[in-house]
Every structure is written in structure tokens, then in C-alpha cells.
Design a protein around this ligand. Structure first.
Ligand code: ZN
Ligand code: ZN
Length: 328
């Protein structure tokens, strides 16, 4: 008989984390990357200095009030640091990772090819996805360390901070007026909250800032699908958003692969950011001003939705590696 180092409950599984706290960690690790990615995409500080996926459409230059860009940047940096620190501690305490390393183990132990490490440096959101997946895979092993209770507390704090920021700072898509009943008028008719609600791409719920009611994205679907059609993003972000919204789509990796097929076949028209630059015009024999395409190709959500809804749901085969599906 031992005790859970997080909640103090008695455990009979020989681990220092009870079943409930393991479940809690699992949920944190599932949601944290979704919050992180959305906040990184919207962070005004980054959007101004550097093109971020989707930022041209999503960030219109108006700070909607809830906090500064710095606060979000700082929180994201702290979360990444926390996850990296925990990963290194794990690698030191439990050094026997089977070789060859899996991708997640390579990220946990910081044992990667230099080119891949560089790429991850430029993509903190991807790093967080991999670190969270890695911690989740090693949860049983972590539950035998004396620091597992502290890690659960930290993960919980960061998850709730990022959730708070997501719900307050990310504008998201308009999801219609809140339908929550808040009282009755003199004729006995129901008075509804009617506060405008918004959903962040990748989340499966909508929280009303007026009354605090939380409802499922599916309940707002017609409004959101109409609102979100013009959103432009890279294929993975599109897959995450569609899986969170459309009930028949259940696997982010599967839909992502399908979107890439459509891209490959030329079914989706790419949108690229333009920047004003200069180029040498050989015919004219001088430097001329030219608009140059920069960054990764992005695609319109409406085009992806049309394909999903007309060609039918993405099939789920038995060999799917669906570790990164969006929570439902
Ligand atoms: Zn517990
Ligand atoms: Zn409401």
C-alpha cells in the first residue's frame, strides 16, 4: 500500500500516482498542445514581427483587450521550459531508453539529428506536441519517481493558465449568441443569455464569457462552419480544426494525410503570403520591384470542408497511429 504523491489517496497499483491523477495528467497532456498551438498562432507579438500560420487572417491588428502579447509569450515560454525540464529529469532518472530511439524519445532525451533539432527550435508548438506525447508514453515510469506529484501539479497549473489565456485572448470564430436560459420575462418566456460566443480552432467546446456556460462545438456548428470558411492555415492546423468541429472526422493524422493528398493532386488552391521585394530583371537590365511569395502554402478551410463533406468521412483503418487526435 502506498500513497498518491499528487492527491494523497491510497494506491494499490504500486505506483505513486492513483488512477484518477493519471487520468488527469493524460487530459492535461492532450489539451495543453492544442492551447499552446492556438496561442502561438495568435500571439500578437509574434504575428507582427513574423508571419505565423494563419495570422494574416486571424490577427487583424486589434487587441481584443484580454492581456498583452507579452503575457502570452511569457506563459508559452514558461510552459515549454517546464516540459523540457521535466523531460530532461526523466531522461536522467530513467536513462534506459530503447534504441533506436522513437521520435518522441529522441525529443525527450534531446538526442536528435542537428537539422531536426533546428527545425524544432523554430517550431515550439511542434516541440510541445512531441514532449507531451513522450511524457504520456512514459507516464507509468514517471509514476514511480518521487517527483511525479510535483509534475502533476505543474502540468495542471500550466494547462489551466493556457486554457484561461485561450478562452480570454484568442478571438476565434464567431459561434453565435449564447442560448443558455438565464431567466424568465413577465410573460413566462425564457430569456436567453445572447452574449456572442467564440470557438478557438482545435477545441471541442465553446465557453460563454457572459454566463460561463460551456457547450459543445457541435451545437454551434452551422454558424461556425459559415464563419470559419475563410480561415486560411497550414494542413495540420486545418486537420485539427476540422476534427474538433465535424463529428464524422475522428483522426487528425488521417485527415492530415488526406489533405496533403488533395494538395498533391492540386485539388486545393494554395494561398501564400506576399512580401514586397526586389529582383533582377534580365530583359530590362535593372533591379525591379516584385512581390515575392514567402512562407509555407496555406489553404482555405472552406475548400477542405467542402471536400470532406462531399467526398465523405475519412476512413479509419486498423493501422492508424492516432496519438495526436484532438480531444473530444
Ligand atoms: Zn491521486
Ligand atoms: Zn451565455
Amino acid at each position: 500500500m502506498s500513497r498518491c504523491l499528487h492527491c494523497g489517496a491510497e494506491t494499490t497499483n504500486g505506483l505513486a500516482l492513483c488512477e484518477l491523477c493519471q487520468r488527469f495528467v493524460h487530459d492535461c497532456l492532450e489539451f495543453l498542445p492544442v492551447y499552446f498551438r492556438n496561442l502561438a498562432r495568435w500571439r500578437p507579438g509574434r504575428a507582427g514581427s513574423r508571419q505565423v500560420a494563419g495570422s494574416r487572417v486571424l490577427y487583424d491588428g486589434i487587441d481584443r483587450g484580454a492581456g498583452t502579447g507579452d503575457r502570452i509569450s511569457d506563459t508559452l515560454d514558461e510552459t515549454l521550459t517546464m516540459l523540457t525540464t521535466r523531460a530532461r529529469t526523466l531522461a536522467e532518472d530513467r536513462p534506459h531508453f530503447p534504441r533506436p530511439l522513437t521520435l518522441t524519445d529522441a525529443v525527450l532525451t534531446d538526442d536528435m539529428a542537428a537539422a531536426y533539432a533546428d527545425a524544432l527550435n523554430d517550431d515550439p508548438a511542434r516541440t510541445v506536441v512531441l514532449l507531451c506525447a513522450g511524457v504520456d508514453e512514459h507516464l507509468m515510469s514517471i509514476a514511480t519517481t518521487e517527483w511525479c506529484g510535483d509534475m502533476v501539479r505543474e502540468l495542471g497549473e500550466h494547462e489551466s493558465r493556457l486554457r484561461g489565456l485561450t478562452e480570454s485572448a484568442v478571438p476565434g470564430w464567431y459561434a453565435g449568441g449564447c442560448r443558455q436560459p438565464v431567466g424568465f420575462d413577465e410573460t413566462g418566456a425564457v430569456i436567453r443569455c445572447e452574449t456572442s460566443t467564440y470557438v478557438a480552432p482545435g477545441l471541442t467546446w465553446v465557453t460563454c464569457r457572459g454566463c460561463g456556460a460551456t457547450t459543445h462545438v457541435a451545437d454551434h456548428l452551422p454558424v461556425i462552419l459559415e464563419e470559419a470558411r475563410e480561415w486560411v492555415a497550414r494542413p495540420r492546423a486545418l486537420a485539427e480544426a476540422v476534427v474538433a468541429m465535424v463529428p464524422t472526422e475522428q483522426s487528425v493524422p488521417r485527415l492530415y494525410a488526406r489533405i496533403r493528398q488533395w494538395v498533391h493532386r492540386g485539388d486545393l488552391k494554395p494561398r501564400r503570403n506576399l512580401t514586397r521585394g526586389y529582383t533582377w530583371d534580365a530583359d530590362a537590365g535593372r533591379i525591379v520591384v516584385a512581390d515575392v511569395e514567402i512562407g509555407h502554402a496555406r489553404y482555405r478551410l472552406g475548400d477542405v470542408l467542402d471536400r470532406v463533406l462531399t467526398e465523405g468521412a475519412t476512413r479509419l483503418g486498423p493501422s492508424a497511429d492516432d496519438k495526436t487526435t484532438v480531444a473530444s
